[in-house]
Design a binder for this molecule. Structure first.
Ligand SMILES: [Mg+2]
Ligand SMILES: [Zn+2]
Length: 215
């Protein structure tokens, strides 16, 4: 992470910087929470959680700010699966996080085919803009945890702080980017991303949304 005074600095020197205040945490799905499949995750039986992902999401809820999943699911637009099947996956994921003591405040899905040129498919910012309006948050004060260049692209476009993980299919590409651009924070997995946030982010006084509003 970059310190305004000192540029990029190693973790042991973070005491020199103030804790950062964030409004919300955006989390990508495939390759970040669950195993990315080269032929898409089309149904619940193809949804395989990454090790430690649920525990990481539960720990994230300690920050007291909205936790929002933003996911491109072009398999719907390609006719390989349906919105109902994707909803089934998200209902199961939400239930599992709740059962473990955490929460997911919203899940935004872009169902469109890449050629549909929608405004929501990452790296377009539509899903993040919709969430910002709904939750009254500033994207410049938010974080996006993801595994791919499209996640980094959307984070840069709206001014979110990106945290990249190595658990997706694009790990090498992302590692190469982080090597070139030292402002890209690259960690092993979602669990390490959450540990970084818990160490560097101020606990919020921003009230989490009412449970009735959660997806
Ligand atoms: Mg991904
Ligand atoms: Zn879309």
């Amino acid at each position: 992470m970059r310190c305004p005074e000192r540029g990029v600095f190693p973790a042991e020197y973070r005491v020199w910087c103030f804790l950062m205040a964030f409004d919300a945490i955006f989390v990508d799905r495939d390759g970040t929470i669950n195993v990315e499949q080269s032929d898409y995750v089309k149904s619940l039986d193809e949804f395989e959680l990454l090790p430690g992902a649920i525990e990481a999401l539960v720990r994230l809820s300690d920050l007291g700010i909205p936790i929002i999943i933003v996911t491109n699911q072009s398999a719907i637009g390609r006719g390989l699966t349906s919105a109902a099947r994707i909803d089934e996956i998200h209902a199961a994921l939400t239930a599992q996080v709740l059962a473990a003591g955490g929460r997911l405040d919203a899940i935004y899905v872009c169902p469109h085919h890449p050629e549909a040129r929608c405004s929501c498919r990452k790296p377009k910012p539509g899903m993040l803009l919709a969430a910002a309006a709904r939750f009254g948050i500033q994207l410049r004060r938010s974080v996006l945890i993801g595994d791919s260049v499209t996640d980094l692209g959307v984070a840069r476009a709206v001014g979110c702080t990106p945290i990249m993980v190595r658990t997706g299919l694009h790990a090498q590409e992302v590692a190469a980017l982080a090597k070139e651009d030292l402002s890209v924070l690259l960690v092993n997995d979602l669990s390490d991303a959450v540990s970084w946030l818990l160490a560097n982010a101020e606990m919020s006084t921003h009230r989490p949304p009412d449970p009735a509003d959660r997806v």
